[in-house]
Design a protein around this ligand. Structure first.
Ligand code: C2G
Length: 132
């Protein structure tokens, strides 16, 4: 079984996230999503709209996703890859090159980021629509 892994916050889930998960899953037979905890998000300078349990619940409902586990720090990727016997590490290409060091442990694949959608964009659009 070819196992794939990817990481993220996946807040305000949108089609850019789904395309990433769909294409990641197509690279193998099993997809593990390592989901940033609320505490880790704080260290990333991110305040997710949905908390960890809500974001996990949403991800687990996606047919492309087989397992969701917590991401608590930047340094757990090698352990995650070894513990979960991962064959391919996948991220959107906004991270291009950032995780090449993982190629000592598994294949590293950067997928095209979906244009014209992001969690930040959604928040900005909604904020702009708030009536004064
Ligand atoms: N993504 C995408 N297209 C978009 C938006 C996001 O392909 N329009 C991808 C990102 O490239 C990433 C994944 O969806 O691979 C999750 O994006 P975020 O939730 O923004 O994750 P991020 O904050 O980048 O956290 O250790 C790594 C970090 O946890 C990554």
């Amino acid at each position: 079984m070819k196992k794939v892994i990817t990481y993220g916050t996946f807040d305000l889930l949108h089609w850019g996230h789904i395309r990433l998960l769909e294409h990641a899953r197509q690279l193998g037979d099993h997809l593990t999503v390592v989901l940033s905890t609320d505490e880790f998000n704080q260290s990333k300078g991110k305040q997710a709209f949905h908390n960890y349990e809500q974001r996990k619940y949403l991800l687990e409902a996606i047919k492309h996703v087989d397992l969701v586990i917590p991401e608590t720090n930047w340094d757990q990727k090698i352990t995650d890859i070894q513990t979960n016997q991962i064959d391919i590490f996948v991220m959107g290409n906004d991270w291009e090159g950032q995780f090449d060091f993982l190629s000592d442990y598994c294949e590293v694949c950067y997928l095209m980021r979906t244009k014209n959608i992001s969690t930040t964009y959604i928040k900005q659009q909604l904020a702009g629509s708030v009536q004064a």
